[in-house]
Design a binder for this molecule. Structure first.
Ligand code: SF4
Length: 309
């Protein structure tokens, strides 16, 4: 991927490939892709200085439509691949992208350990509360009682709570957006990329084909904005019920907000703290140099080799 001359302002087209998305018309994935590109324009990140690592799912087909370096990995494995890339090349902007089944089901333990490790990675989860690519089975975030192809009598388990899980696993930037508010989502994603540490942006993303319960209307009726800097530009015109004051430095308050689900669903930045990243405490790594650039000419390995003679 070639560098775009620095005097050229990067635009949406610089992050767009010649191929068109094959998502179903109306899918929430379109809003997330637009918000992500707008966030990259806002931050002016060169495509050749960015890596997006994808899991498996409808969302992860985005690998073909986002013009940055991309890796389409195995189901649930985006985060460990992203971690490896960030560790060996700290100069790269690294994001991971997956869905609720991919990240909170198959890859759940990677998610928890990524939170507590606090590597400087942004994780965007397209949370449509269903397995879309495989045609409509219950996912870890499907609501209790939801009738799906795999649960004709209703889901028995209680859903995973990604925000509370990220809080208890010590992630340092935790947000929820909605695919229908591209403006707010752009700000949340840009905030996550700028944040130094592990950032989760869980996005409510209606699957218009397989999830007939958690629709755009369902999202609109329930969501309200946490009134912090990452808010929608149209928030001023909303009633007080749609916007409540919040302090993202207050972890207890964030936990309290994270419990809200059902009648009222908060969106925005729940929590942010500055904490050393994994790389900061790993003394063998340099923060401004890729491993491949390290000078190894003075390293003497003859002692080690002698052990195997
Ligand atoms: Fe989107 Fe659902 Fe269609 Fe997949 S199946 S592209 S998630 S609407």
């Amino acid at each position: 991927m070639s560098q775009i001359p620095n005097n050229n302002k990067l635009t949406i087209s610089d992050y767009t490939t010649p191929m068109s998305p094959t998502w179903c018309p109306g899918c929430g994935n379109f809003g997330i892709l637009t918000a992500l590109k707008q966030a990259l324009v806002k931050l002016q990140i060169q495509p050749h200085q960015m890596l997006a690592v994808f899991g498996i799912g409808c969302n992860s087909n985005m690998c073909n439509w986002l013009n940055v370096y991309g890796i389409h990995t195995l189901h649930g494995r985006a985060l460990p691949v992203a971690a490896g890339a960030k560790l060996v090349n700290p100069k790269l902007t690294v994001i991971a992208i997956g869905g609720d089944g991919d990240g909170y089901g198959i890859g759940l333990s990677h998610f928890i350990h990524s939170c507590r490790r606090n590597l400087d990675i942004t994780y965007i989860v397209h949370n449509n509360q269903i397995y879309g690519l495989t045609a409509g089975q219950a996912s870890p975030t499907s609501d209790h009682g939801a009738k799906t192809k795999s649960t004709p009598c209703g889901v028995i388990e209680r859903p995973i709570n990604p925000i509370a899980l990220a809080l208890s696993s010590e992630a340092t930037y935790i947000a929820r957006g909605i695919a229908s508010d591209v403006n707010q989502l752009k700000e949340l994603i840009a905030g996550g990329i700028k944040h130094r540490g592990f950032a989760l942006i869980d996005v409510l993303q209606p699957c218009v084909t397989w999830n007939k319960q958690n629709t755009y209307e369902w999202v609109k009726e329930r969501t309200y904005y946490l009134n912090v800097k990452c808010q929608s530009s149209n928030v001023k015109s909303m009633s007080k019920l749609k916007c409540q004051m919040h302090n993202p430095a207050d972890k207890q308050l964030a936990f309290q907000r994270a419990q809200e689900w059902g009648e009222k669903i908060p969106i925005g930045l729940f929590y942010q703290e500055e904490r050393k990243t994994y790389s900061d405490e790993f003394n063998h790594l340099k923060h401004d140099e890729a491993v491949v650039e390290h000078d190894i000419s003075q390293i003497d390995v003859s002692g080690t080799l002698a052990e195997f003679e």
